[in-house]
Design a binder for this molecule. Structure first.
Ligand code: ATP
Length: 331
């Protein structure tokens, strides 16, 4: 049976009037790659710090592997954190940085060296043990930070925007590597990001945060194709929101509905008539804004042949099953 690695029961963390985390319920399964996604200030990092034990809830309970965490200090939690700025000691060698936690726990020098070398193998940096952090690239420093967390054999690894400082290409490579490392080690990863593409491509499940609350938890497919509300629809990729009266005219159901731009196609006959408001060439695709009964809709099309110029009338169509009804508010 799969255990629950991390559980939040009505957890809040308020700072005076600021509700950084507000009555959050959450269950993360053992072995899961779990992403916390949301805009800046939505409470993701505070959640991570609550799991790590750097913050205490102002209300509610946190359990890690069924053990209540109230009063349990960070170093007794079987949890390690990889920070965005890596937080490496500049004067220590890579090996000593990685084995620092083991030294604090009193492990001997040769044991520490061996553990550090094993961890460097895991992150594909063998042979770097004697360098100083200043002699490494950003990507290599990131790997050392990861090795330093893994050497402690945590049951839960927390990663706070660990790829934020890397350029796009390296970022994509590290996304693949982190994912395969997580799957091969079987450690539960909790990953904070404000990059929806990163969350969707890496995670088993994603929690979407807004203003201290989790608005939706689901697989990447669920949050993308069945967003609970307009905030999720908009934050997780771009989406069109059809007002209730328009949805009703297509489906008979009166609710605001999300419709992904790539689900709309241009047609010669049938569908509905719209006016093109703008056209942007994106390289691999073209983005159009069209007006349907005054409602702007984004259309993403890889078809460079569409003769849609601003001001023109064209026809668009979609499968009505692509319309996903959403609630109006947050809940
Ligand atoms: P980012 O992506 O920018 O890191 P986040 O989603 O991780 O944002 P948090 O860092 O968790 O958000 O912050 C949530 C809210 O709590 C913010 O309004 C922040 O200013 C506030 N906050 C966080 N820590 C403290 C603190 N120690 N004292 C006061 N307010 C805080």
């Amino acid at each position: 049976m799969i255990q629950t690695a991390v559980e939040f029961a009505a957890v809040s963390r308020h700072f005076g009037d600021i509700r950084a985390v507000d009555e959050v319920d959450l269950r993360i399964a053992e072995g899961e790659f779990f992403a916390m996604l949301g805009p800046s200030g939505s409470g993701k990092t505070t959640c991570l710090r609550l799991i790590a034990g750097f913050e205490q809830p102002t209300a509610g309970q946190i359990h890690i592997f069924s053990r209540a965490m109230a009063g349990v200090p960070p170093y007794r939690r079987q949890v390690n954190t990889v920070f965005q700025d890596y937080a490496l000691f500049p004067h220590l060698s890579v090996s000593d940085n990685i084995a620092y936690g083991l030294m604090i726990r009193g492990q001997g020098r040769s044991m520490r060296r061996r553990a550090a070398e094993e961890a460097l193998e895991l992150v594909r940096l063998p042979g770097y043990a004697d360098r100083k952090p200043g002699e490494l690239s950003g990507g290599q420093r990131q790997r050392v930070a990861l090795a330093r967390a893994l050497v402690n054999q945590p049951k839960v690894l927390l990663l706070d925007e660990p790829l934020g400082a890397l350029d796009l290409k390296l970022r994509e490579q590290m996304q693949d590597e982190l994912r395969s490392l997580q799957k091969s080690l079987g450690i539960t990863f909790v990953f904070v990001t404000h990059d929806q593409g990163e969350a969707l491509s890496m995670a088993d499940r994603v929690a979407v945060f807004d203003a201290g609350k989790i608005i939706q938890v689901g697989t990447p497919q669920e949050v993308y194709h069945r967003p609970r509300n307009a905030f999720v629809a908009d934050f997780v990729g771009s989406s069109n929101v059809l007002p209730a009266h328009l949805t009703e005219s297509f489906t008979g159901q009166s609710c605001p509905a999300s419709l992904r731009p790539e689900c709309i196609r241009f047609v010669d006959t049938g569908g509905c008539l719209v006016t093109v408001a703008s056209v942007s060439f994106l390289g691999s695709a073209t983005r159009y804004t069209v007006l349907l009964d005054g409602t702007p809709l984004t259309v993403l099309s890889d078809n460079a042949q569409v003769a849609a110029q601003p001001g023109r009338e064209v026809r668009i169509d979609w499968d009505n099953e692509r319309l996903h009804c959403m609630s109006e508010g947050h809940e």
